[in-house]
Design a protein around this ligand. Structure first.
Ligand code: BES
Ligand code: MN
Ligand code: ZN
Length: 510
């Protein structure tokens, strides 16, 4: 599934004379304006500032204005994005400004080349700004129309026409760094788009077998990457009663997808392991969910999509490290043979679980995947991503993913990666105090606690399977997709995962 093709280039000539169809400029709420904006204003002999003033454009953050045919500049279209006060500008706001500006540009048909001046405004002129701009550009032009009928596609009013984005080149050595940042941004964007496509695909297409097939395709022709897929028979042999228990209510067979990426020379070291929840549809099982918005439970494989997308990026970047991806995948449906409230399952670890709510299925498939990881690999670290609980959305909303971990160094590394990737996380506690909630009269423990602190008790459940691991859990229920009019997958936490691995490849240790 090709994403909209965008090329990124640097140019070192004059901004006003460069051959382009549009220029993206920033405007603060007060002077002095950004240097590129001043430069264009001078080239237009003050027409730019005059027009902005005439239209009452105050530089308010999030506002965008389109001006055409200014004298003295070659590009016929100026897209001016409000940035708010200069004192408040940071990398995240600049990224959002690029996103907003390009979304406006996307509505203007016929533009093929645009200059983006916004990365130059980064405080401290960090090369990361170019990476964020690349990610935001792909984000702005991402569309998912694989499932639209042919006629509909032809009638789309404005097929995006933008093909090239130019950046004014930073001086000297900074240019090489900026070019490297662009390369990383392209890899992150490709991985994110891959994850988005998988999330957006309908659940009758994106089945566990389909995820396995896509994983195999990632590995095709790539020497460093091998993919192995375990089926039901393997799961029975391995005693994965929890994963099998969730899968048994559906006719769609489960899969456990294993990706092994060896980017180093010589003997492989202990891997970094990423685990992703791959419930390709979560109806809740016998503890059936209400009908409203149930379609959104096709996104319940977003953790899986993010793991696969991360391997897409990893392959593209060729990072010199050992990484393993693990995706337990199945449907959660209320079929005639479905697991019932009260059923007791024996997990791969040997611990038994009383299923008090079949809708708390994510932890059941993850626990078998996590104990499989503990038994099979000797990982440096293990990070899972899962759309695990509605409670996490209640606690944190839609901005950060919930972060839980049994290791302080891993928390620090993930928080650092989060800051660098602009892919937010927020830590919640994983104290043993909460473990009492999972008491069961009939099995070792139950799969749910009370309603209170639901994201935490879910994480505490997983913690019972990761005691010997350096492990973190990301609850991405609030961040993996957007609801409402712009419903769709976000591709998160691919940027965080890729950054975490980049940092490890650069010699950071957990
Ligand atoms: N996939 C859901 C979590 C979810 C719900 C994500 C809503 C995003 C939006 C998960 O499998 C689930 O159903 N969790 C239950 C757990 C409960 C039964 C303890 C929940 O959050 O309601
Ligand atoms: Mn559920
Ligand atoms: Zn679920």
């Amino acid at each position: 599934m090709p994403q909209h093709t965008l090329q990124f280039r640097f140019f070192s000539g004059s901004l006003a004379e460069e051959n382009a169809d549009a220029i993206l400029l920033g405007a603060y709420t007060a002077s002095p304006q950004p240097a590129p904006t001043q430069l264009v204003d001078r080239a237009t002999k003050g027409t730019l500032a005059k027009r902005l003033a005439r239209l009452g454009f105050s530089g308010e953050r999030g506002k965008t204005l389109v001006l055409t045919d200014l004298p003295g500049v070659r590009a016929p279209v100026m897209i001016v994005v409000g940035l708010g006060p200069k004192s408040e500008i940071d990398e995240r706001r600049l990224r959002d400004a690029t996103l907003g500006g390009l979304k406006t540009l996307k509505t203007l048909p016929g533009l093929a080349t645009a200059i983006n001046t916004l990365p130059l405004l980064t405080p401290g002129s960090s090369p990361l700004a170019y990476r964020y701009a690349v990610e935001a550009s792909h984000e702005a032009f991402y569309t998912f129309d694989l499932c639209k009928g042919k006629g509909q596609k032809r009638e789309e009013p404005t097929r995006a026409t933008l093909r090239r984005i130019l950046f004014p080149a930073p001086p000297g050595r900074a240019k090489a760094e900026a070019a490297e940042a662009v390369r990383i941004g392209e890899a992150v964007a490709e991985g994110s788009a891959f994850a988005k496509d998988l999330g957006n695909l309908p659940p009758n297409i994106a089945t566990p077998r389909y995820l396995a097939e896509r994983a195999r395709l990632i590995a095709r022709g790539e020497r460093r990457l091998t993919v192995k897929v375990l089926d039901e028979k393997d799961m029975h042999r391995l005693g994965m009663g929890a994963l099998l228990g969730v899968a048994q209510g559906s006719r769609e067979p489960p899969r456990l997808i294993l990706l092994d990426y060896r980017g180093e020379k010589g003997a492989p070291s202990a891997p970094y392991v990423l685990v992703g929840k791959g419930i390709t549809f979560d109806a809740g099982g016998i503890s059936l969910k209400p009908a409203a918005n149930m379609d959104e439970m096709k996104f319940d494989m977003s953790g899986a999509g993010a793991v696969l997308g991360t391997f897409v990026a990893l392959k593209k970047l060729g990072l010199p490290l050992h990484a393993v991806g693990v995706v337990p995948a199945c449907e959660n449906l209320p079929g005639g043979s479905a697991v019932k409230p009260g059923d007791i399952l024996t997990t791969h670890s040997g611990q038994t679980v009383e299923v008090l709510n079949t809708d708390a299925e994510g932890r059941l498939i993850l626990c078998d995947a996590l104990s499989y990881v503990a038994r099979t690999y000797r990982p440096q670290t293990v990070i899972d991503a899962a759309t695990l609980t509605g409670a996490c959305v209640v606690a944190l909303g839609h901005h950060p993913s919930g972060l839980f971990s049994n290791d302080e160094a891993l928390v620090r590394d993930l928080e650092a990666a989060s800051a660098r990737s602009l892919d937010r996380v927020w830590r919640l506690p994983l104290w043993d105090d909460y473990q009492d909630e999972l008491k069961s009269n009939f099995a070792d423990f139950a799969n749910i606690g009370t309603r209170d602190g639901g994201a935490i008790t879910a994480a505490c459940f997983l913690a019972r399977f990761t005691r010997e691991l350096t492990w973190a859990h990301l609850d991405i229920a609030g961040t993996a997709w957007k609801s409402g009019a712009a419903k769709g997958s976000t591709g998160r936490p691919v940027p965080l995962f890729v950054q975490y691995l980049l940092d490890r490849a650069r010699g950071g240790r957990s």
